[in-house]
Structure formats: C-alpha cells, structure tokens
Design a protein around this ligand. Structure first.
Ligand code: PLP
Length: 795
C-alpha cells in the first residue's frame, strides 16, 4: 500500500484530519478501509486488463455459499502490508487488532462447503491463476446464534452496511432471469426455436468483491448476485406487489441448511438465479466464438446446488445462440465439472418434477431430453432394474440432481480418498461404470494464509525464524520442521506460543461471553456444524461418564481439561438442537460441581463462525474429529487444527485417514469403527445398542441416569436423545464407539503428562500439514480438470 511506514502514517493522518476532529476507532477503521480499497482497486483493474489482453482460459467456481470471513486483516496480510500498518497505527495510538474487530463477517455460508469455496479463491489468486467465484449476495447471512435457557436462538445477521461495504455494485452488468411462463415454438430467422412467453423476469445485479492473492499482485473477482425487480413488462394476470415481495426474498437470506429443507421453492429459485445470471454474464462478456467455450472457460460446480447450470447452459446455447442440441451438449459437457460433497442420503438433492416444471418449464423440458437421450444410450446394454434406477435422472416424478450433475459434466470428484472410493464403489457405482474416466479424487485443503499466517502470527513467525520464509510460498516445506521436532529450545518456543494463543482465546471469551477459563488446562476443541454424524453427542456423553467416574472413584483425578464446543444447528433440525441444549445443561451441572470442576470444564462458544474459529484453532491442544466412519466426506476443520499444532482424536473418516497417513498413527489418537464395518452394519441392519449397554456397566449407569432424568433440569429434553439411542437404534453408532473413544482419551492424557513428548507430536503434525494447503488442491484441479495457465502479475 506504501513503500514505508512513514508514508502510510502520513497518508493515514491526512485522511483522518479530513474526516473530523474526533480520533475514534471507528474513524480509523473507515480510513484504513478506504486506503486498502484504493490500493486493491488499482491492482484489480490491472489484473482484469491483463486477463483481457492475454485471452487465457478462465475458471468460474459456482457455489451457493462463500464463507469468506473478515477481509480487512487478510487483505493486509496478502498485500504484505500487515506489519507495516500495525506498527504505523500503534505509533498513532491505534491497535490494528481492535480495528479488525469492528468488521462484521459476512456469513454467506453454513460451514465446510462454503469455507472451502473461500479457501479456493484465496489459493487461485495466490497461485496467479485466473479463477473467480460466482455466488449470491444474501442480505442476511447465516443467523447469529445465542443461547437462551440453553437453547439455540436465531437472529438475522446484518452484514451489509450503508458504507464501507466489501463489494462494489456493477449495475451495467445486470441481467434478467426468467421464471414461469409458457415455452412456445416460434419460427425465427434460423429455423424453429423455443421462446418462453409471459415469463416473470427478475433482475440480477452483480456486486463484486476483490480476491487479493499472496503478494498482492493478482486480484481476482468474487461476483455475488442480488435479486431486484426487472424493468421488463410484467405479465398482466399477476399481482405486482406479490412479485415485488417474492423477488426480494430470492436473495434475502442464506438457506440455513444444506442438508434438510429440500423441496423449498425459494431454494430452487435461488439456485436457478445463481446459474442463469452467472452463465449469461459469461456468455455476454466473452471475446471468443461460443463454439469454443470449453477452450476458454471452465466451470466448477460446488456440490449439486448449482447443477441447473447444465440445463441452463443448454437453454442459452440452443434457444439464444441457435446451436443444435448435439453441438450444445458437446460444449456443455466439456465446460462443466462437478464436486460431490456428501453421500448422506438426506443431503442428496432431489426435486419434485412438478415444481421444476411450473417454476422453470423450459429447463424442465431440457432435463427431460437429457434423461431421455441418456437412457436411449443405455438401451444396448443389459441392465437390471436397480442399475436403471441408479442411472435415472428423472424417476417417479423426482429429479435427482447428483445424476444430472454426473451426466452433464466432464469430470466428477470426491473430496477425500475414502469419500471418492465410496462414491465409485457404492453410491455412484453404476455411473462410474458408465463413465469410468470421469471420477477422480481431489482431497480438500485449507489456505495456510488465513489459518496459519493470519490466525497465528506468532507460530508463523517462529516457523519462519526456524526454517526461513519459503514455506509461505511452498507450504509443503513445513516438512523441514521435522528436524526440530526434538529440539528442546524449539519445543519450548512452541509451548510458549501455544500458551499465548490460549491467553488470546481466554481474553476473547471473557470479553465476549464472560467466561473464565483455566489457561493450564488441556484445550479440547470440538467445533463444526451440529449434526448427528459429527457426534457431538458422543463427546458430551463421554464427559458425563468422566463426571460419574470422578464422583464414584476417589482415586480418579484426571488432569484438568476444558472441553470447548462451537457450532450451529440448522433451525429445522430438531435432534441437533436437543444436543445443543443437552450440552448446555451438562455444562451447568459439571461447571458448578466444586469437585468435578477442578478436572472438567465445559465451554460452549456462542455463534461459531470464521472469526471464532480463528481464535479457537490456534489455542487448541486436542482436535475432535469423531464422525461416524464413512459419513464425513472430508472435513477441513481437522486440517486447520493440525496445522496449528493440535493433536487429533479421530476416526478413520474423510480426510482424517490422509492426516493419519501423513503424520503417522502414532502421532494421533485413532479409535472406532472403520467405514466398511459401519456400512456392513447398515446394510445388514444388524446393530442393536442394547447389547452394548448391557455389557458395559459405565455406559449402563449413564443410560439409567439419562432415563431417570438426572441430567435434565425442568423441561426434559433428553427423552428425544434417549429415544434416538434406544428406539432408533443409535443410527450414528455413538454407543458402539464410545468405549474405544474413552480409551483414546486415556491414552491422550498419558501423553499429555509428558509435555516434551506432546510438543514433539504437535510439531510433527505441523510439519506434516503442508500437503493440506488448498494451494496443493487447486494446483491439482488446474492440472487435471481446468487446465489453467498461470498469469504472472506485473508489479
Ligand atoms: C472450517 C470450518 C468449518 C468446517 O469444519 P469441519 O470440522 O470440517 O466440519 C465450518 N465452519 C467454519 C466457520 C469453518 O471455518
């Protein structure tokens, strides 16, 4: 931003003086913000210009979520201006960290999927690759979570302000999106065409956010669409006021759920809005013949939420650009590729045909035709009913978006090795047999620039002092820390930094939530969305077992532990909300018991988001990654925690498997059933938790206490949980795994009693974490799928 600290200070002071007399933090924040935006704008223009002149292929990442977190500090870091600005501000009497706290993070995502999209954009820009995001500008981000009486409450999050917004409105690029209407065959100059008459148009206006890459050279674009009323004639038979309010709703809020609530018409509207606006934008502003689209553009769809891009691109090519079906299909299936994020049955998107038919009649007829042609192509093969079922896009009035996404794209990937194997061998076996070259793995990653360089300046500094700064550009060089894993003074430095980050977290929580945490306790951290398969329930039940053990056995006095929980439950997900309530109830009992409190402390961090994660992760000693094997596609929280020197207690699931491979099982605490066992039990329906309860007195005691109501106060909420464990036969195998989970915790305590050994393991984790940088993931996507060319920025 400036060549020197003095220059920064001078410019800052001049601007502050223009603003008025009072030198408030708010004013300083505003000033800094403006200076940064100006600096970025120049590089942003330069990058756009470069891409235009250069004519290389562009990637567009379509995602219904981008969980970008706060941007001020990250942009300063990527611009290499952070330290300079921090010191300059200090000399002027301001704390940069305090100014950073004034930014409201735009909560445009639920969790891992949205955060992945944000990490990918950071890596694309940092690798100087021409890759951009397309998403939606939800007026209300994901809800803000508070606890009232232990229950989750949900308040809308207002992140858009009058001024100093992170994004820039681009009115001139607005496009119109058609809903409803009647498709008609009309005779045009180039033959018969389909035209949708009486459509209800909604205007899509883009807002652009700059994505600043490392060293500030490349600035790519995240383009978010906002829904507004269109200027086009409105069909006479409808109520305009209803149209106005329905239009505003399209980008009013983020769907607070990426697994339930399917079947909501609004969500379908949102998905089509994203796809149509983005594709029109790409086609309108191209400088190449539409026939060469696959040579000039790659589109990656992040899960099936943007899968309507496939029929929408067909519609635009056939109806608007007068291509034949065959030509259009060839172009579409060489442009779009798809990332699958889940195999949970309830999260596989399915739409009622009638819904799509009425909201998007032309799109429906195109999906029908894709399905018809695909089935026709299968006719030569012997095919049993089950296979045909798995290969159907439309079946019994249901449209399966995952099948559409596979058929209509040229590459399909899972997000961790295990997940991709399960996709190929089980969930999408038949599709994989039809398209053997389509399926591939791309293990997720996280940007080390946010999760280490920004979130943990102290550890980053120590690493750079120890192995030099090259790891920042090539994170796999973190390997070099292996040489220091037994170096006494290095381990001491690491321990000092861990304590410091614990202090930061403690101060933050004291200010935010008024809780006091013991800095000498083990920080055991379980942070992620609340979901049955993520098994927060197993964690809290285990803590209850520990409570009982301390009460029962006067020789059992374990080392003090603070168990941190953080995460939101989807508002409609009753079970997850009951687990939240239960954790808060157990916390009250455990934390207020004078004996137990010396050994166990439970802290539920309200409103888990990227900002909270940046406080929690560097302070963690233990990373809880305890999903039911086969259910977590990858996980990325596991990678962030590893990179900050926390030890994983986890199952063989998702990317945990690859984490254990990298660091060695002896440097983690691995427990529980394997994916094959879980899937076998599910297939045979042969698991019954009653046997486990009968055979294990400690578990039996806990279940009895739960049934008796000893862990509830007032309104009973554990009934529902007990019912799931007993009547519903514990669908996530909590009781099946809890004994081996408990043993893994015992081993963990043994190691923690040897501080130097523990620190050594932490360092080995950091050293092995480089491969989980999203720079690696993005380079692999580029090499294998997108075929992008690096475009060095001109400084
Ligand atoms: C990384 C991250 C996630 C994903 O966490 P998992 O443990 O992989 O589920 C969710 N929310 C936030 C805010 C994150 O930063």
């Amino acid at each position: 931003m400036f060549s020197s600290k003095e220059e920064f200070k001078q410019s800052f002071v001049t601007r502050m003086e223009h603003k008025g007399l009072e030198k408030t933090s708010e004013l300083a924040y505003e000033t800094l913000w403006e200076m940064m935006q100006e600096w970025i704008q120049e590089r942003w223009n330069r990058t756009s210009q470069l891409y235009k002149e250069n004519g290389e292929k562009q990637l567009y990442y379509f995602s219904i979520e981008f969980l970008i977190g706060r941007v001020l500090g990250q942009n300063l870091i990527n611009a290499n201006h952070y330290n300079l600005v921090k010191e300059g501000l200090e000399e002027l009497g301001f704390q940069l960290s305090e100014l950073e706290e004034l930014e409201t993070e735009p909560g445009l995502g639920n969790g891992g999927l949205g955060r992945l999209a944000a990490c990918f954009l950071d890596s694309l820009a940092s690798l100087e690759l021409p890759g951009h995001g397309y998403g939606l500008r939800y007026k209300g981000g994901l809800f803000t979570q508070h606890f009232v009486d232990g229950y989750q409450t949900e308040q809308p999050t207002q992140w858009i302000q009058e001024e100093n917004n992170v994004d820039v409105r681009r009115e001139e690029l607005a496009v119109d999106i058609p809903y409803y209407g009647d498709p008609q065959l009309v005779m045009g100059l180039d033959g018969l065409k389909v035209k949708v008459e009486n459509a209800e148009w909604v205007k899509a206006v883009p807002y652009d956010l700059p994505v600043v890459g490392a060293n500030g050279g490349t600035v790519n674009t995240l383009r978010l669409w906002q829904a507004e009323v269109s200027d086009r004639p409105f069909p006479g038979n409808k109520d305009y006021a209803v149209y106005q309010s329905e239009t505003a709703k399209i980008t009013d809020r983020l769907y607070p759920d990426d697994s339930l609530d399917a079947g909501k018409i609004l969500r379908l509207k949102q998905q089509y809005f994203l796809c149509s606006a983005s594709l029109q934008n790409i086609l309108n502003n191209r400088n190449f013949a539409v026939e060469t689209l696959p040579d000039n553009v790659a589109i990656q769809i992040n899960d099936t939420h943007p899968a309507l891009a496939i029929p929408e691109l067909m519609r635009l090519l056939v109806d608007e650009h007068a291509l034949s079906w065959e030509e259009a299909w060839g172009i579409t299936t060489r442009t779009i590729s798809y990332t699958n994020h889940t195999i949970l049955e309830e999260a596989m998107e399915k739409w009622d045909s009638r819904l799509i038919q009425s909201l998007l009649p032309r799109i429906y007829s195109i999906i029908e035709e894709i399905d018809r042609r695909f089935k026709e192509s299968l006719e030569q093969q012997p095919m049993d009913e089950e296979s045909l079922h798995k290969l159907s896009i439309i079946e019994n009035g249901i449209i399966k978006m995952a099948v559409l996404a596979v058929v209509g794209s040229y590459k399909v990937n899972g997000v961790a090795k295990l997940h991709t194997e399960i996709l190929k061998k089980r969930e999408m076996k038949e599709l994989n047999e039809q398209f053997p070259d389509k399926f591939h793995n791309k293990t997720n990653g996280i940007t080390h620039r946010r999760w280490l360089l920004k979130a943990n300046r102290e550890l980053s500094g120590l690493i750079s002092e120890t192995i030099g700064t090259q790891w920042i550009k090539e994170p796999e060089r973190l390997k070099e820390l292996h040489y220091f894993a037994q170096n006494h003074s290095f381990l001491q430095d690491f321990q000092v930094i861990k304590s410091l980050k614990k202090d930061h977290l403690i101060h933050h929580l004291q200010r935010d939530q008024n809780v006091i945490v013991d800095p000498d306790s083990i920080f055991d951290i379980h942070i992620k969305r609340f979901h049955g398969y993520k098994r927060q329930l197993m964690n809290i039940l285990h803590i209850q077992m520990l409570y009982d053990r301390i009460k029962r056995d006067s020789t059992y006095r374990p080392y003090p532990r603070t168990f941190f929980f953080g995460g939101k439950a989807a508002p409609s997900y009753h079970f997850a909300k009951q687990v939240i309530k239960m954790i808060n109830t157990v916390a009250m009992k455990v934390n207020s018991d004078p004996l137990v409190r010396k050994h166990l402390h439970i802290v539920f961090v309200e409103n888990y988001n990227v900002t909270q994660a940046e406080y929690l992760i560097p302070a963690a000693d233990v990373s809880e990654q305890i999903s039911t094997a086969s259910k977590e596609a990858s996980g990325t929280g596991n990678m962030k925690l590893m990179m900050n020197g926390a030890l994983t207690i986890g199952t063989f699931d998702g990317a945990n498997v690859e984490i254990f491979d990298q660091v060695g099982k002896e440097n983690a605490f691995v427990f529980g059933m394997r994916a094959e066992q879980v899937m076998e039990y599910e297939k045979e329906q042969s698991y019954n938790p009653k046997g486990i309860i009968e055979a294990d007195p400690e578990i039996a005691q806990l279940m009895e206490e739960l049934v008796k109501g000893e862990w509830t106060e007032g309104k009973t909420n554990v009934d529902f949980i007990v019912e799931q464990l007993l009547e519903d036969r514990d669908p996530y195998f909590v009781l099946k795994d809890i004994r081996s989970y408990s043993k893994a915790h015992e081993q963990l305590l043994e190691v923690y009693a040897q501080p130097e050994k523990w620190a050594e393991m932490c360092v080995k984790n950091i050293a092995a974490s480089g491969i989980f940088s999203s720079d690696r993931t993005i380079q692999q996507y580029s090499d294998d799928v997108w075929h992008l060319t690096k475009i060095p920025s001109v400084h």
